[in-house]
Write a protein that binds this ligand. Structure first.
Ligand SMILES: Nc1ncnc2c1ncn2[C@@H]1O[C@H](COP(=O)(O)OP(=O)(O)OP(=O)(O)O)[C@@H](O)[C@H]1O
Ligand SMILES: [Mg+2]
Length: 223
Protein backbone atom coordinates (compact mmCIF):
# COMPACT_ATOMS: atom_id res chain seq x y z
CA UNK A 1 0.00 0.00 0.00
CA UNK A 2 2.87 2.38 0.85
CA UNK A 3 6.04 1.83 -1.11
CA UNK A 4 9.29 3.75 -0.72
CA UNK A 5 11.64 3.05 -3.61
CA UNK A 6 15.30 4.04 -3.37
CA UNK A 7 14.49 7.18 -1.43
CA UNK A 8 17.20 9.70 -0.71
CA UNK A 9 16.60 13.03 0.94
CA UNK A 10 19.28 15.67 1.09
CA UNK A 11 18.68 18.94 2.89
CA UNK A 12 20.86 21.66 1.46
CA UNK A 13 20.69 24.97 3.28
CA UNK A 14 23.81 26.19 1.45
CA UNK A 15 26.85 24.73 -0.32
CA UNK A 16 28.73 23.99 2.87
CA UNK A 17 25.76 22.55 4.62
CA UNK A 18 24.36 19.35 3.15
CA UNK A 19 22.62 16.82 5.32
CA UNK A 20 21.76 13.43 3.94
CA UNK A 21 18.66 12.61 5.99
CA UNK A 22 17.78 9.41 4.08
CA UNK A 23 20.11 7.24 2.01
CA UNK A 24 18.63 4.99 -0.63
CA UNK A 25 15.83 3.68 1.56
CA UNK A 26 13.46 1.07 0.14
CA UNK A 27 10.61 -0.41 2.16
CA UNK A 28 6.94 -1.42 1.83
CA UNK A 29 4.12 -1.08 4.32
CA UNK A 30 1.00 -3.20 3.98
CA UNK A 31 -2.56 -2.07 4.54
CA UNK A 32 -3.58 -2.45 8.17
CA UNK A 33 -0.01 -2.75 9.37
CA UNK A 34 1.26 -0.97 12.48
CA UNK A 35 4.94 -0.12 12.26
CA UNK A 36 7.28 1.48 14.75
CA UNK A 37 10.14 3.58 13.40
CA UNK A 38 12.89 3.64 15.97
CA UNK A 39 16.34 5.14 16.02
CA UNK A 40 18.33 7.94 17.60
CA UNK A 41 17.72 11.64 17.12
CA UNK A 42 18.66 12.70 13.60
CA UNK A 43 18.35 9.21 12.11
CA UNK A 44 15.67 10.26 9.61
CA UNK A 45 12.35 9.21 11.19
CA UNK A 46 10.50 12.52 10.82
CA UNK A 47 11.88 12.92 7.31
CA UNK A 48 10.43 9.55 6.33
CA UNK A 49 6.99 10.44 7.73
CA UNK A 50 6.97 13.81 5.95
CA UNK A 51 7.70 12.10 2.62
CA UNK A 52 4.82 9.65 3.10
CA UNK A 53 2.54 12.58 3.99
CA UNK A 54 3.74 14.42 0.86
CA UNK A 55 4.76 17.31 3.09
CA UNK A 56 8.13 17.19 1.38
CA UNK A 57 9.62 15.57 -1.72
CA UNK A 58 12.51 13.14 -1.96
CA UNK A 59 15.75 14.26 -3.62
CA UNK A 60 15.60 10.99 -5.52
CA UNK A 61 13.45 7.87 -5.52
CA UNK A 62 9.70 7.43 -5.40
CA UNK A 63 6.94 7.21 -2.83
CA UNK A 64 3.98 5.23 -4.11
CA UNK A 65 0.72 5.03 -2.17
CA UNK A 66 -2.08 2.90 -3.59
CA UNK A 67 -0.38 2.91 -7.02
CA UNK A 68 -0.17 6.72 -6.98
CA UNK A 69 3.28 8.32 -7.26
CA UNK A 70 2.83 10.89 -4.54
CA UNK A 71 6.46 12.02 -4.65
CA UNK A 72 5.69 13.51 -8.07
CA UNK A 73 2.53 15.42 -7.13
CA UNK A 74 2.30 19.18 -7.53
CA UNK A 75 1.56 20.97 -4.27
CA UNK A 76 -2.19 21.36 -4.74
CA UNK A 77 -2.57 17.67 -5.54
CA UNK A 78 -0.34 16.79 -2.60
CA UNK A 79 -2.71 18.74 -0.34
CA UNK A 80 -5.68 16.81 -1.72
CA UNK A 81 -3.85 13.52 -1.27
CA UNK A 82 -3.11 14.43 2.36
CA UNK A 83 -6.68 15.44 3.04
CA UNK A 84 -8.09 12.24 1.63
CA UNK A 85 -5.59 9.75 2.99
CA UNK A 86 -3.45 10.97 5.85
CA UNK A 87 -3.96 11.72 9.53
CA UNK A 88 -0.82 13.27 10.99
CA UNK A 89 -0.16 13.52 14.71
CA UNK A 90 2.79 15.83 15.23
CA UNK A 91 5.09 15.86 18.23
CA UNK A 92 4.12 19.41 19.05
CA UNK A 93 0.51 18.80 17.97
CA UNK A 94 0.45 21.86 15.63
CA UNK A 95 -2.83 23.05 17.09
CA UNK A 96 -3.94 26.67 16.89
CA UNK A 97 -3.76 27.91 20.49
CA UNK A 98 -6.45 30.59 20.32
CA UNK A 99 -9.03 28.46 18.56
CA UNK A 100 -11.43 26.25 20.45
CA UNK A 101 -11.17 22.48 20.52
CA UNK A 102 -14.00 22.04 18.02
CA UNK A 103 -12.63 24.66 15.62
CA UNK A 104 -9.21 23.07 15.65
CA UNK A 105 -10.74 19.71 14.81
CA UNK A 106 -12.92 21.26 12.13
CA UNK A 107 -9.96 22.73 10.20
CA UNK A 108 -9.12 19.71 8.01
CA UNK A 109 -12.75 19.55 6.86
CA UNK A 110 -12.97 23.11 5.60
CA UNK A 111 -11.59 22.39 2.12
CA UNK A 112 -14.05 19.51 1.70
CA UNK A 113 -17.06 21.82 1.41
CA UNK A 114 -19.32 19.63 3.50
CA UNK A 115 -22.58 21.08 4.74
CA UNK A 116 -22.29 22.62 8.19
CA UNK A 117 -24.44 19.84 9.66
CA UNK A 118 -22.32 17.15 8.11
CA UNK A 119 -19.07 18.76 9.28
CA UNK A 120 -20.43 19.21 12.84
CA UNK A 121 -21.43 15.57 12.89
CA UNK A 122 -17.90 14.43 12.02
CA UNK A 123 -16.37 16.77 14.58
CA UNK A 124 -18.75 15.63 17.32
CA UNK A 125 -18.12 12.00 16.60
CA UNK A 126 -14.31 12.26 16.92
CA UNK A 127 -14.55 14.54 19.97
CA UNK A 128 -16.64 11.89 21.68
CA UNK A 129 -14.49 9.04 20.52
CA UNK A 130 -11.32 10.64 21.88
CA UNK A 131 -12.92 11.97 25.09
CA UNK A 132 -12.54 15.69 24.56
CA UNK A 133 -16.16 16.72 23.84
CA UNK A 134 -16.57 18.21 27.34
CA UNK A 135 -13.96 20.85 26.41
CA UNK A 136 -15.26 21.66 22.98
CA UNK A 137 -15.62 25.39 23.50
CA UNK A 138 -12.34 25.88 25.34
CA UNK A 139 -9.34 27.48 23.60
CA UNK A 140 -6.67 24.86 23.07
CA UNK A 141 -4.03 26.97 24.86
CA UNK A 142 -5.90 26.41 28.14
CA UNK A 143 -5.78 22.62 27.92
CA UNK A 144 -3.38 20.22 29.59
CA UNK A 145 -0.79 18.36 27.50
CA UNK A 146 -2.86 15.18 27.45
CA UNK A 147 -6.01 17.04 26.44
CA UNK A 148 -4.17 18.82 23.64
CA UNK A 149 -2.93 15.50 22.46
CA UNK A 150 -6.47 14.10 22.34
CA UNK A 151 -7.49 17.12 20.26
CA UNK A 152 -4.59 16.39 17.91
CA UNK A 153 -5.66 12.75 17.63
CA UNK A 154 -9.27 13.75 17.01
CA UNK A 155 -8.18 16.21 14.34
CA UNK A 156 -5.99 13.56 12.69
CA UNK A 157 -9.04 11.28 12.47
CA UNK A 158 -11.79 13.68 11.46
CA UNK A 159 -11.17 13.13 7.74
CA UNK A 160 -11.33 9.33 8.27
CA UNK A 161 -7.83 8.69 6.92
CA UNK A 162 -6.61 5.24 5.91
CA UNK A 163 -3.09 6.11 6.97
CA UNK A 164 -2.11 7.52 10.34
CA UNK A 165 1.37 8.92 10.89
CA UNK A 166 2.44 9.81 14.39
CA UNK A 167 5.71 11.58 15.17
CA UNK A 168 6.88 11.07 18.77
CA UNK A 169 3.26 11.11 19.92
CA UNK A 170 4.04 10.54 23.59
CA UNK A 171 7.06 12.84 23.89
CA UNK A 172 5.15 15.32 26.04
CA UNK A 173 3.00 12.89 27.98
CA UNK A 174 3.41 11.17 31.30
CA UNK A 175 3.29 7.41 31.53
CA UNK A 176 -0.42 7.13 32.22
CA UNK A 177 -1.39 9.27 29.22
CA UNK A 178 1.14 7.48 27.05
CA UNK A 179 -0.50 4.17 27.93
CA UNK A 180 -3.88 5.66 27.01
CA UNK A 181 -2.46 6.73 23.68
CA UNK A 182 -1.25 3.18 23.12
CA UNK A 183 -4.81 1.93 23.73
CA UNK A 184 -6.06 4.42 21.11
CA UNK A 185 -3.52 3.01 18.67
CA UNK A 186 -4.74 -0.50 19.40
CA UNK A 187 -8.26 0.57 18.52
CA UNK A 188 -7.21 2.35 15.32
CA UNK A 189 -5.26 -0.75 14.34
CA UNK A 190 -8.39 -2.86 14.85
CA UNK A 191 -10.12 -0.58 12.32
CA UNK A 192 -7.54 -1.67 9.76
CA UNK A 193 -5.79 1.68 9.56
CA UNK A 194 -2.21 1.65 8.37
CA UNK A 195 -0.20 3.26 11.16
CA UNK A 196 3.42 4.37 11.33
CA UNK A 197 4.72 5.68 14.63
CA UNK A 198 8.14 7.30 14.98
CA UNK A 199 9.19 6.98 18.60
CA UNK A 200 11.99 6.31 21.00
CA UNK A 201 9.55 5.65 23.83
CA UNK A 202 10.25 2.16 25.24
CA UNK A 203 6.57 1.86 26.23
CA UNK A 204 5.90 1.01 22.57
CA UNK A 205 8.52 -1.67 22.25
CA UNK A 206 7.35 -5.27 22.09
CA UNK A 207 3.59 -4.53 22.09
CA UNK A 208 1.53 -7.49 20.89
CA UNK A 209 -0.33 -5.53 18.21
CA UNK A 210 2.74 -3.93 16.63
CA UNK A 211 3.55 -5.76 13.40
CA UNK A 212 7.11 -4.53 12.85
CA UNK A 213 9.72 -2.47 14.60
CA UNK A 214 12.12 -0.83 12.18
CA UNK A 215 15.37 0.63 13.38
CA UNK A 216 16.94 3.59 11.60
CA UNK A 217 20.48 4.92 11.86
CA UNK A 218 22.07 7.79 9.93
CA UNK A 219 19.39 7.79 7.25
CA UNK A 220 19.43 4.04 6.68
CA UNK A 221 17.29 1.12 7.79
CA UNK A 222 18.99 -1.45 9.96
CA UNK A 223 17.77 -4.92 9.07
N1 LIG B 1 14.42 21.17 7.17
C1 LIG B 1 15.66 20.68 7.37
N2 LIG B 1 16.75 21.33 6.91
C2 LIG B 1 18.00 20.85 7.11
N3 LIG B 1 18.26 19.69 7.73
C3 LIG B 1 17.21 19.00 8.21
C4 LIG B 1 15.86 19.45 8.06
N4 LIG B 1 15.03 18.53 8.64
C5 LIG B 1 15.83 17.57 9.13
N5 LIG B 1 17.14 17.83 8.88
C6 LIG B 1 18.30 16.97 9.22
O1 LIG B 1 18.06 15.69 8.68
C7 LIG B 1 18.49 14.67 9.60
C8 LIG B 1 17.30 13.75 9.89
O2 LIG B 1 16.34 14.51 10.63
P1 LIG B 1 14.96 13.93 11.13
O3 LIG B 1 14.19 15.07 11.66
O4 LIG B 1 14.35 13.12 10.05
O5 LIG B 1 15.46 12.96 12.30
P2 LIG B 1 14.61 12.18 13.42
O6 LIG B 1 15.04 10.74 13.36
O7 LIG B 1 13.18 12.50 13.27
O8 LIG B 1 15.19 12.82 14.76
P3 LIG B 1 14.42 13.12 16.17
O9 LIG B 1 14.36 11.80 16.89
O10 LIG B 1 15.35 14.08 16.86
O11 LIG B 1 13.08 13.70 15.89
C9 LIG B 1 19.05 15.39 10.80
O12 LIG B 1 20.45 15.45 10.66
C10 LIG B 1 18.43 16.76 10.72
O13 LIG B 1 19.26 17.74 11.29
MG1 LIG C 1 11.82 13.51 14.47
Amino acid sequence: MIELKNISKIYESNENNRVTALKDVSINFKEGELILLKGPSGSGKSTMLSLIAALSKPTSGEVIVDTKRISKLADTFAATYRRNNIGFIFQKYNLIPNLSVEDNILLPLIPLNLSEDEAQKHVKSVMEKFHIAHKKEIAVKSLSGGEQQRVAIARANVNKPKIILADEPTANLDKELSLKFIEILRELKSQNKTIIVATHDPLFFGLDFVDREIEMLNGELLV
